[in-house]
Design a protein around this ligand. Structure first.
Ligand code: SF4
Length: 415
């Protein structure tokens, strides 16, 4: 197998996305310095729609932590959090982000001149649908900054999302409203909430279409493109700007399909990525797969920002349903069915499971799931050990050798 270095093909919409993200961060910075606007920190699938409808500028610490990973600064920051009692074995988003705060560091300062710190919050709002770590993370900041941490305690390992689950979470969302109104200094306008939830739904539908362009062969975008272009879906869901951005991106990808342009030249192997990205190795991993004409065409991670349940006509219950239907909330039985559907939809040749040392919640290789799926589908799989942010948990040579051998095995098995 020949190995030649390939760089990622530029998606032209990236410039627009970069401007959009810059406006978002400058707006947050302005809000944190103004007396009239309030800032809320929110977990990735926390009640962002409610916060936006109440006029909060919304900061997502997980997005900030992923930036620490992508800029490869996290590994030096994690020990700062370890030193105050947060184990190197727990979420390296948490330890990198708290470490960055303790050191007074943010990658925003370099990326966006004039910003010198993450925005100071007026309230911290979590949802434990993804893991317990987010509650611990926000509780630390609550004590450090003297601001309230409130949130939703979610059911976990859910097989079928029932009306009882939805009522439970919807009641918890409603209980947040008076507390948030008090901090925001304004009453919730139900019409505004309906509008925000409808925009989140529009964003989600467009993001789904963007990801599903990769059902084409060759796929016009890869998982590595997806991890970058999901930015607006993560931090700007519920806004018109995010919707307009995904219309632009979708048009460009459809154009690529019409012209037969793939993210990887000569695509011959199609891989599904299950688990977290390795933020500090996105470029290397992208180049590694491209060199062997393999495209990582789909992932659970990027698809986790698809929320089909959002319904502007029934905002609170539909928010509750959307936050519960998330893959990470579900049972292994549900996850197996979901992954098998994705393998079929995207015509996948092989699966890579990323066993992220510090995130058991997004590492779905630990309870026999890969073996069960492989036995049922015959699609081969590989587990790679690593981490989302802590580069000390990664062996680049081992990863490269294993991925190379895996792609060769897939190619040899092809008719
Ligand atoms: S799901 Fe994993 S990566 Fe995300 S906050 Fe929780 S432990 Fe960290």
């Amino acid at each position: 197998m020949s190995e030649e270095k390939k760089t990622r093909k530029k998606i032209h919409a990236t410039d627009t996305m970069n401007s959009l993200m810059a406006s978002y961060f400058y707006d947050l910075n302005d809000a944190s310095k103004s007396d009239s606007r309030k800032v809320a920190w929110c977990t990735s699938v926390g009640p962002a729609e409610l916060l936006r409808a109440l006029g909060f500028a919304v900061h997502f610490p997980e997005n900030h932590a992923a930036m620490l990973g992508a800029t490869r600064t996290s590994t030096d920051l994690i020990p700062e959090a370890n030193a105050i009692g947060y184990s190197p074995d727990i979420c390296s988003y948490l330890t990198a982000d708290i470490g960055a705060w303790l050191k007074g560091f943010t990658p925003l300062a370099k990326a966006y001149p004039g910003i010198d710190s993450v925005p100071r919050p007026d309230v911290l709002v979590y949802n434990t649908n993804q893991c317990r770590d987010v509650q611990d993370w926000f509780s630390w900041y609550s004590k450090e900054l003297g601001v309230p941490a409130i949130g939703i305690t979610s059911p976990k390992n859910v097989n079928e999302v029932t009306e009882a689950h939805i009522t439970d979470v919807a009641n918890q969302i409603e209980a947040l409203i008076p507390v948030l109104e008090n901090i925001a200094g304004q009453k919730l306008d139900l019409e505004r909430l309906k509008e925000v939830v409808s925009l989140s739904r529009e964003c989600t539908e467009l993001w789904k279409k963007v990801l599903e362009t990769a059902t084409a062969s060759p796929a016009p975008l890869s998982f590595f493109d997806g991890t970058i272009h999901m930015g607006p879906a993560v931090v700007l869901r519920g806004t018109r700007e995010a919707v307009e951005y995904y219309k632009l991106l979708l048009a460009e990808l459809e154009q690529r399909i019409a012209e037969g342009v793939g993210a990887v030249d000569g695509e011959s192997v199609r891989i599904y990525w299950e688990g977290m990205p390795v933020w500090g190795r996105l470029r290397q991993h992208s180049e590694l797969f491209s060199a062997f004409h393999a495209t990582v065409i789909a992932s659970t991670y990027c698809s986790s920002w698809i929320f089909p349940a959002f319904d502007g006509g029934d905002p609170i219950r539909s928010m509750a349903k959307a936050y519960l239907e998330l893959f990470i909330v579900r049972s292994d039985e549900y996850k197996e069915g979901y992954i098998k559907d994705m393998l079929k939809k995207f015509n996948v040749d092989g699966i890579i499971y990323h066993d992220a040392k510090t995130c058991p919640y997004n590492s779905n290789n630990r309870y026999g799931l890969p073996q069960r799926i492989e036995a049922e589908t015959g699609i081969p799989s590989l587990v790679i050990s690593g981490d989302l942010n802590d580069l000390r948990c990664i062996s680049d040579e081992q990863t490269k050798t294993n991925i190379e051998a895996f792609i060769e095995q897939i190619e040899e098995g092809k008719p």
